[in-house]
Design a protein. Sequence first.
Length: 111
Amino acid sequence: MRTLKAAKGFRMRRSKLYRYAADALDHGRAYAFRDRKTKKPNFRALWQIRINAAARAAGTTYSRFMEGLKAAKVTLDRKILADIAARDAAAFTELVKIAQGALKSKATAKA
């Protein structure tokens, strides 16, 4: 009964007959397990795309922006940076200025 209850909402015999319900649940749970693992890199890629778009609009590239933030010791993660890029353009512009300043000081320190 637990299997049939879990298969509620499936269509046709997959919700009525134990044999087909069990197969459908196994199949669905395998996809759920796999997709919980792939969700993380998918979101990271989405955040990188958003940050890159905002960085290019501000006149730099994603890699230079992230290198500048690392040099400036800014510890915001990509999720927060993507949220700032999407919602607050002024704050993101300030972050770009901080990153560019850190890159300039890094270049003068090397020379």
